[in-house]
Design a protein. Structure first.
Length: 165
């Protein structure tokens, strides 16, 4: 997995591209696939029953995470469909950016439960996630600049027509 900062920046790029207003839901969705499988780390702080926690890795698949999203969406004080759509979009950015990496475990089971095949593009090692972060930061900055230029051009046009009237 790329580090969580990289996941957040990629989600921010997608949020700016689609002009998403509730970016927090997008960011939540971008981190959720990694948060749920790591719930087992709670045993470092509190005693947990001796169970097989490898099942938690199922949360790191798009299908299971979508089911979780359907269940947790009512917890948010926003329209249900929008919450589901934004968390799912954020999670998709997570799975796609995870698929860019080289994995020891074979990649991401993108089509689970239809297929157990793990997919990966084998582009960068997880410790090289700056190779994803830096272009993502550049794209984010570029999108912000272009959006600001467009907004200023629109405002300038509005002011000119208001002056002409
Ligand atoms: Zn991940």
């Amino acid at each position: 997995m790329p580090d969580w900062l990289t996941h957040i920046v990629i989600a921010a790029v997608v949020g700016e591209l689609f002009s998403v207003r509730k970016k927090s839901l997008l960011f939540f969705g971008a981190l959720l696939p990694d948060i749920l499988p790591k719930l087992v780390l709670l045993r470092l702080f509190i005693p947990l029953p001796a169970l097989d926690y490898t099942l938690l890795s199922a949360f790191h698949t798009p299908f299971v995470l979508f089911l979780v999203t359907l269940l947790i969406a009512p917890l948010f004080r926003y329209r249900y469909k929008i919450v589901v759509a934004l968390i799912t979009l954020g999670a998709l950015t997570h799975f796609v950016s995870d698929a860019l990496l080289q994995h020891f475990s074979g990649g991401v089971a993108l089509l689970y439960p239809l297929s157990l095949k793990h997919y990966t593009l084998n582009l960068v090692w997880p410790e090289q996630s700056y190779l994803i972060l830096l272009p993502a930061l550049f794209m984010y900055g570029l999108i912000l600049i272009v959006k600001r230029e467009n907004r200023e051009a629109k405002n300038y046009g509005t002011r000119r027509t208001a002056k002409a009237d």
